[in-house]
Design a protein around this ligand. Structure first.
Ligand code: HEC
Ligand code: HEC
Ligand code: HEC
Ligand code: HEC
Length: 212
């Protein structure tokens, strides 16, 4: 799991509790693209669009206390290429959560049992990927030492190459799997453009894994 991310989030929440104010840090989910508290159904809350403390949906593996309707898309079109070494599968748990809004099949405001009405394309067309992921960076595959050895131009994920304080495996992968959240910081805890886990100036994000 992503150590730094968790530490930062806890830090942010702890600070909010100590000061007794809503989270005011500049790098935070508040005010970010994932602050959907302006929607009619959220009751002014931020987290409840995606999480709930009780009666969460436990059917998706790796879903943290999930409150949002999950995509029913069973067969996404996957990335493929003749040079790809990885075996890419259908989006697994943690990426399915992202695609529950970003594949454009489930309303953004479909949470807490409500059906919702607003698809993501109506909010931001560029954030609507549809169910064809063949033109997107591959996700939901195992990225381990064996893959980096076979590929020859990937860093070994068990070695510390990230700017986040740990190895690629610890800071970016989910049980050795590459997912949407390997590149993205869903809570904007780090404050990078495009909710990125590592700022991509000079392609620093890409060069964390790709030895080019
Ligand atoms: C737009 C959806 C969304 C919103 C809003 C959201 N989260 Fe999350 N959260 C996720 C997803 C997806 C994951 C799993 C992926 C990951 O951990 O990066 C996650 C993971 C978590 C985790 C477990 C992993 C970690 O990062 O620590 C915690 C705790 C958490 N969220 C708390 C919160 C809190 C508290 C809020 C409100 C301040 C919040 N989230 C708002 C989508 C959201
Ligand atoms: C509850 C629905 C929902 C979920 C779940 C969700 N998103 Fe989003 N996301 C949105 C919406 C809506 C926007 C567009 C907001 C806007 O443009 O105002 C967005 C925008 C983004 C952006 C663009 C940010 C920017 O600054 O323009 C990124 C990147 C992103 N999401 C990644 C993710 C990833 C990765 C996950 C899973 C870890 C995820 N999202 C889960 C609803 C969601
Ligand atoms: C290999 C890293 C990587 C992975 C994996 C990844 N993204 Fe991104 N994403 C980026 C980068 C870098 C950008 C910003 C630059 C760009 O759009 O080319 C971005 C941009 C976005 C945007 C904003 C698009 C726009 O044009 O406004 C959204 C939304 C998004 N990603 C969601 C996702 C979702 C959902 C997944 C999983 C299905 C995902 N990303 C997987 C690196 C990644
Ligand atoms: C967390 C690690 C990670 C990050 C960050 C990352 N990648 Fe990747 N990327 C991989 C892995 C692993 C593969 C699978 C390589 C393979 O199997 O041949 C891959 C595959 C690719 C491929 C397809 C290769 C092929 O043979 O078809 C391209 C192109 C690519 N990445 C470009 C990028 C770019 C550009 C960025 C930055 C926006 C980026 N990657 C960020 C890990 C990463």
């Amino acid at each position: 799991m992503r150590r730094q991310h968790l530490t930062q989030l806890i830090g942010t929440l702890a600070a909010a509790v100590v000061i007794g104010l809503p989270t005011l840090a500049s790098a935070a989910i508040t005010g970010s693209a994932h602050d959907l508290s302006g929607g009619a159904l959220s009751g002014g809350e931020i987290c409840n669009v995606c999480h709930t403390p009780h009666n969460a949906d436990a059917t998706v593996s790796d879903a943290p206390l999930w409150n949002h309707e999950v995509t029913a898309t069973a067969a996404f079109t996957l990335y493929s290429s003749t040079t790809l070494d990885a075996t890419v599968g259908q989006p697994s748990g943690v990426s399915k959560l992202c695609l529950s809004c970003h594949d454009g099949t489930v309303a953004v405001d479909a949470f807490g049992g409500a059906a919702g009405t607003t698809l993501i394309g109506a909010i931001n067309a560029a954030a609507d990927f549809g169910t064809d992921l063949s033109n997107d960076h591959p996700i939901s595959f195992t990225y381990n030492t064996a893959l980096s050895t076979t590929d020859g131009e990937l860093f070994d994920p068990s070695v510390d190459t990230t700017s986040l304080g740990g190895t690629i495996a610890v800071d970016m992968l989910f049980s050795d799997n590459m997912e949407c959240a390997s590149c993205h910081d869903v809570h904007n805890a780090l404050g990078n453009a495009n909710l990125l886990l590592i700022d991509n100036t000079g392609s620093a994000l890409c060069l964390t894994c790709h030895d080019k």
